[in-house]
Design a protein around this ligand. Structure first.
Ligand code: FES
Length: 100
């Protein structure tokens, strides 16, 4: 799925559906885009609603688990299950997310 970089503001999160999966796109400025599974790997809370981004961590406010946006690792909180990240390619104004 291709999206436009210029459609995102810095700090913005957007939920999209690709191949039936809920994906949360997070934009942190420059070329820093992240695509993650929108469902928390702990008990499945909707991260587009309860996720808060601080620096390069996504915090699920259901039970306050902190996930690294760099590699998906659960850094602290209620679970050790990692957040699923999807590869992103950026070419000019286009961003491409690979969801299998
Ligand atoms: S559902 Fe996200 S931390 Fe529990």
């Amino acid at each position: 799925m291709r999206l436009k970089k210029s459609d995102f503001k810095v700090g913005e999160k957007k939920k999209i559906i690709i191949n039936g999966k809920e994906i949360l796109i997070i934009y942190l400025g420059g070329d820093k885009f992240y695509a993650v599974n929108n469902r928390c790997p702990h008990l499945g809370c909707d991260l587009s609603k309860v996720g808060v981004v601080i620096r390069e961590e996504l915090i699920c406010q259901c039970h306050f688990t902190h996930f690294s946006l760099k590699d998906g690792k659960a850094l602290k909180g209620a679970t050790k299950n990692p957040l699923i990240l999807y590869p992103i390619k950026i070419e000019g104004d286009e961003i491409e997310i690979e969801v299998k």
